[in-house]
Ligand binder design. Structure first.
Ligand code: C2E
Ligand code: CA
Ligand code: CA
Ligand code: CA
Length: 276
């Protein structure tokens, strides 16, 4: 009856409350994390295949949560976007990456660091200024950093994406379309975008050496990109045989566990020294 319904409602409200409370705690935690030293960057190398040379690294953020341990981006990036904290997180990543780059340049590792932008970032009118400021602080140039934007982020608002990409590219930054192949876009729109590379999503690359369909898709994407004057990176390369297939198809760059997992900045410097 009515009493039962009231009880049910109370339980429901309680659950909502604790949900909200949890979200609020996480939000305060993340806000604190951005201002303190709880976030850290890992770096995953990219290889220019024919030259057997490191072409750059990708910065991948982690959260060293005091109670929950080390959290991966999948556990908090979506949350940061919904909580309106992604802009500040991106600024933190930018500053940390440029500081790292400065240290690397001083030690003879002039390797560009790619930063992942979220769909909120391209609507941020202060983004460009923040990038310039970060570089100015450490005496950096546009070849210190690169930007990765996912295909779905670009498709979400093509006209804004095109404006931001154009501005960044004119300033001298290299641009990558990330997770390519997962955004359900027609390939024709590529033609109108000022980008240097597409990164083929790892879901197509992973079983390339054992799955005919993946192989056919990847080969076709590489051909298409090249016919449009766009270079290709394959992500999620886990085996030497996959790397060989990609190389035979003319894919310029590869990234994946077969080359290196994401590692700390310090480890990257020794890895890079040993690699060269
Ligand atoms: P992503 O940009 O597609 O990054 C590649 C992810 O695949 C990374 O996971 C990387 O560790 C993993 N990976 C790399 N090579 C291999 C491989 O050979 N095999 C397998 N199985 N996995 C591989 P991670 O670090 O957990 O990052 C997940 C996602 O979080 C990233 O996907 C990116 O979209 C996002 N992300 C990471 N850092 C940032 C950031 O600073 N800002 C924003 N907005 N997003 C970020
Ligand atoms: Ca990426
Ligand atoms: Ca990716
Ligand atoms: Ca991916």
């Amino acid at each position: 009856g009515a009493r039962h319904r009231a009880e049910k409602l109370a339980v429901f409200a309680g659950a909502l409350d604790s949900d909200n409370a949890q979200r609020l705690t996480l939000m305060n935690d993340l806000r604190r994390a951005i201002d303190s030293d709880e976030l850290l960057l890992m770096f995953q190398p990219k290889l220019r295949m024919h030259a057997r040379q490191v072409s750059g690294v990708e910065a991948l953020v982690r959260w060293k949560h005091p109670e929950r341990g080390l959290l991966g981006p999948d556990q908090f990036i979506g949350f940061a976007e919904n909580a309106g904290l992604i802009t500040r997180l991106t600024y933190w990543v930018l500053a940390a990456a440029v500081r790292e780059s400065h240290a690397w340049h001083g030690a003879g590792h002039a390797v560009p660091i790619a930063i992942n932008l979220s769909s909120h970032d391209i609507r941020d009118r202060q983004l460009f200024e923040q990038i310039s400021r970060a570089l100015e602080t450490w005496g950096g140039a546009p070849d210190w950093i690169q930007f990765e934007l996912t295909e779905s982020c670009i498709m979400e608002d093509l006209s804004i994406a095109r404006q931001v990409l154009t501005q960044l590219r004119e300033a001298g930054f290299k641009l990558f379309i990330d997770d390519f192949g997962t955004g359900y876009s027609s390939l024709a729109y590529l033609r109108h975008l000022p980008v240097d590379y597409i990164k083929i999503d790892q879901s197509f690359v992973k079983d390339l050496d054992s799955d005919r369909e993946s192989a056919a898709i990847v080969e076709a994407i590489i051909k298409l990109a090249h016919s449009l004057g766009i270079a290709v990176v394959a992500e999620g390369v886990e085996s030497v045989s996959t790397m060989e297939m990609l190389s035979n198809w003319g894919c310029e760059e590869a990234q994946g566990y077969c080359i290196s997992k994401p590692i700390s900045g310090r480890d990257f410097q020794s890895w890079n020294k040993a690699f060269v």
